[in-house]
Design a protein around this ligand. Structure first.
Ligand code: MN
Length: 235
């Protein structure tokens, strides 16, 4: 049978050193840093009673790759927020069933740094009404991302510094050891809900300091050992 429309293109992220990573799905973790949960007025789970992580997703074509490019200011919001995040790139299909924590790292191809752009006003309204977050989180161009760096070149994540500057001023900064759930734990929890596939990206949640982006703002997201993602919000 012949397709009746042109085939939609598969979004791809460049890989440091060459090649591209085709994107299958984008999963995102909510409230994975205690200081951010606190600033959002959410209850902060302690390590012993952290319960289960909260997930949402973005469409695969929400990613924006590039250097120093212009990111559109999205429609239907007057409160676009930045959230700088570690992004995990899955390189191998998970086995069927729940993924054991001690087997999770083997699925990781590499890491990137990205922004989980958020229409905070729409998110606040959705939270109040118990509505889904898709319009707040999964809009077009809501996930600017850096190149992906192979996991072996990044090494241990815990001591790495994640940061975001807006117009040269540091807005967000944290070591990755401040995450409530680490990467193998998150992949284990995701596997209880979805079968992880090669091509999946996981946005790991943001530290405190989220705030509004204005048209014309320049951002520089950085993750030690991984790299940088610069851009400007359309003016
Ligand atoms: Mn986020």
């Amino acid at each position: 049978m012949t397709d009746v429309i042109p085939t939609p293109s598969i979004p791809r992220v460049p890989v440091a050193g060459g090649g591209t990573f085709p994107v299958h799905r984008i999963y995102c973790v909510g409230r994975n840093f205690a200081d951010h949960a606190r600033e959002m007025g959410a209850s902060v789970p302690d390590a012993a009673e952290r319960g289960r992580p909260m997930f949402f997703s973005k469409p695969a074509d929400a990613i924006v790759v590039g250097h120093d490019d212009v990111i559109p200011y999205p429609p239907s919001t007057s409160d676009l927020h930045h959230e700088v995040e570690l992004v995990v790139a899955i390189g191998t299909d998970a086995p069927e069933g729940v993924l054991p924590i001690d087997q999770a790292q083997a699925l990781v191809y590499g890491y990137a740094v990205g922004l989980d752009l958020t229409r905070r006003d729409l998110q606040a309204a959705a939270k109040q009404k118990g509505h889904p977050w898709d319009a707040a989180k999964g809009f077009d161009a809501s996930a600017p991302i850096s190149e992906i760096v192979h996991a072996a070149e990044v090494g241990d994540l815990a001591a790495l510094n994640l940061s975001l500057e807006i117009n040269g001023e540091v807005r967000q900064q944290s070591l990755l050891d401040q995450m409530i759930w680490n990467v193998p734990e998150i992949l284990h929890e995701l596997s209880r809900l979805w079968r992880l596939r090669a091509g999946d990206l996981v946005f790991m949640g943001t530290p405190s300091g989220v705030a509004a982006l204005k048209p014309g703002d320049r951002f520089s997201a950085r993750l030690e050992n991984v790299g940088e993602r610069h851009g400007v919000i359309a003016g």
